[in-house]
Design a protein around this ligand. Sequence first.
Ligand SMILES: Nc1nc2c(c(=O)[nH]1)N[C@H]1C(S)=C(S)[C@@H](COP(=O)(O)OP(=O)(O)OC[C@H]3O[C@@H](n4cnc5c(=O)[nH]c(N)nc54)[C@H](O)[C@@H]3O)O[C@H]1N2
Ligand SMILES: Nc1nc2c(c(=O)[nH]1)N[C@H]1C(S)=C(S)[C@@H](COP(=O)(O)OP(=O)(O)OC[C@H]3O[C@@H](n4cnc5c(=O)[nH]c(N)nc54)[C@H](O)[C@@H]3O)O[C@H]1N2
Ligand code: SF4
Ligand SMILES: [Mo]
Length: 720
Amino acid sequence: MTTTAHVTCPLCEATCGLSVTLDGNQVTGIRGDADDVFSHGFICPKGASLGALHHDPDRLRAPMVKRDGEWVTVTWDEAFAEIDARLTPIMNEHGRDAVAVYAGNPSVHNSSTALYGTVFYKALGTKNFYTASTVDQLPKHFSAGYMFGHALTIPIPDLDRTSHLLMLGANPLVSNGSLMTVPDARGRLKAIRQRGGKIVVVDPKRSRTAELADEHHAIRPGTDALLLFALISVLFEENLVTLGRLEPHVAGLDEVRSLAEPFTPEAVAPITGLDAQEIRRMARELAAADGAAVYGRIGTTTQAFGTLASWLIDVLNTLTGNLDREGGAMFPLAAAGSANATPRRRGFTHGRWRSRVRDLPEVIGEIPVATLADEILTPGEGQIRALITVCGNPCLSTPNAARLSEALRQLDFMVSLDIYLNETSRHADVILPGPTALERDHYDVALYQLAVRNVANWTPAVLPTELPQEWETLLRLTGIVTGQGANADIAALDAFVAGEIARRSKVDVSVADGRVGPARLIDLMLRGGPYDLTLADLEAAPHGIDLGPMKPRIPDVLGTASGLIELAPEAITADVPRLRAELDKTVNGQMVLIGRRQLGSNNSWMHNLETLVRGQNRCTAQIHPDDAVRLGLVDGGIAIVRSRAGKIEVPVEVTDTIRPGVVSIPHGWGHDVDGTRASIATAHPGANSNLLTDDTLMDALSGTSVLNGIPVEVEPARSR
Ligand SMILES: Nc1nc2c(c(=O)[nH]1)N[C@H]1C(S)=C(S)[C@@H](COP(=O)(O)OP(=O)(O)OC[C@H]3O[C@@H](n4cnc5c(=O)[nH]c(N)nc54)[C@H](O)[C@@H]3O)O[C@H]1N2
Ligand SMILES: Nc1nc2c(c(=O)[nH]1)N[C@H]1C(S)=C(S)[C@@H](COP(=O)(O)OP(=O)(O)OC[C@H]3O[C@@H](n4cnc5c(=O)[nH]c(N)nc54)[C@H](O)[C@@H]3O)O[C@H]1N2
Ligand code: SF4
Ligand SMILES: [Mo]
């Protein structure tokens, strides 16, 4: 029998609505849901592969334990008994910090791991908590935290109403948007131009997004903070600062003015590689636009001045009067779980504890993943002896990946919650697989907090599963780390969690009676949320509920101790001298490595689907024709790329879309390692660019890794 179900795609941040057709339990087709209130029928190649992912024969469907180096399929009871037997003694003997957690990107896109992961991590109580955020967006949390008072109070471009978008280090035509939940980015960007607006892209590569834009500025990697400061200096110099409605709500204006002084367009031009007059024109046009937004992503966060760049982006939004204004950069108000619906003025802080080996400060409870290997490999009190990964593949996604793999080999015990036996989970002793996106309920608790339009959409599980839901797995682990053994009462733990959520949502827990797991929590959060919704309302609306465009929220949204927008927080401005020193440096001819995303990839883990990897090898080193000639590289030839951390061999792709002096290699490849179970990915391995990225290079403030702007040497392979 053929049936159709409507789901929200959980693969990336865009939250597209998809229509899944099924013949019994077999997925026969996936299309964009034309009636989805947010995505209106948009779909990308990855979303269309949800069925292939579900039916992938390599995907794990039962827990596995490694015995004498061999994987053995076991029952769930055996798996948890093994974990209890091996993890509990480590905790008893060496303390909780001896057990580390690494939570990866899909854990945010999964209601089970997003809502119950926190329960487990809290119960474990380790200071060694790592996530993909420290190879991603942590600078945004840091700057938003200090400027607006909460790490999730991040201004989002009002894409559907803006008339001028200045976009740095983002390629939403390929990534489908990030820290900007925006299905059909292409359509929405085109609409800006159609209504007479302008799009300006700053990127060392003429990306697909840059091709669509009105203007593209090929900046030197890692120098965005200098450009942003120069734009600010022009605003002050030419009296273009207009705070407008924000005037009474802003602190630190004079300090920003004096900090910006040395960073004139003329001073930053030679380092950014951009023309001073062009920078002046960019600033004037930004100031003149009626509703403009400045937006930066991965290219601006995973670089040496990630936090300064993230901060300066929102300083620019503020100084041009575009913060919290229609068509500018605004604050969403999510229906459920909004972290800043009613903020308390407690301010933001970091560095509440520090890492043992490199003395790096905690930020939002996390230690930089770049130092995970140090903490495992360095003996002494507090050394990490066990690791639990939750939806993460750090052996492909974090810097100096070879060293991390070596470290994982030395652990006493490792558990992976993962759906594949891959480059990371092969190091585990126990793997606990979870159901696929089609086998679980879904509500995007995190990403609706970052959406260009307020929407709410609930997805009930489409297919039955034999696997426990991951919230149940996480509660069983919670039972183990709280000393209740391998068979704790899951229902009682879940009821306790629901009680906590009800208390925080200021609703009576009994209103959600009859529901369990994420469904109960979401129901409670919706009821306590700003729109007076219930889960039943969402169940009755399979294409979602539209809650309208973003609305101005200042001052209510501010959670700083002063109740003001802190334009010049000391925790951030302390790093300005390091940027100032860049002005005195001369640019040498060293090649630098940057990353790029690809339509058919989802970081490291969807390469086992034939439809997404077939055709040409896409893991290439893109290089400018002038560099190719200078370095003796030819299109299709093999290059050896070396850095302080390591070396890889990659096919060369000569293209004038890349700025001279820059080499672009996508991450997430390198599937040619032993001991994995992913036949298609292994046949399309590519090379791991994170063998080149350097674990010692990080944004000084947030500890986020530098993944863009890594010094490398490139030479043809034949010279060896
Ligand atoms: N050089 C370089 N490195 C980068 C980046 C870059 O731009 N350049 N980008 C960085 C960014 S932004 C990110 S977010 C990180 C991502 O880093 P990670 O999150 O560590 O890596 P992913 O590739 O997303 O791996 C996700 C893992 O989750 C598993 N998985 C998928 N779905 C599920 C599920 O439903 N349940 C469970 N239990 N497991 C599941 C997959 O099999 C895979 O092992 O990579 C970072 N690394
Ligand atoms: N298809 C696909 N979509 C994805 C993902 C994926 O792997 N594949 N990953 C998802 C994840 S986890 C994330 S975090 C988002 C990321 O979303 P985006 O940030 O939009 O991701 P990218 O496409 O990597 O775009 C980064 C751009 O920054 C440029 N860049 C590099 N260095 C610099 C620099 O120093 N300055 C400037 N100005 N630009 C620079 C790169 O050339 C690139 O065009 O994408 C998400 N969506
Ligand atoms: S853009 Fe993202 S959310 Fe939309 S279909 Fe593709 S992977 Fe899914
Ligand atoms: Mo990411």
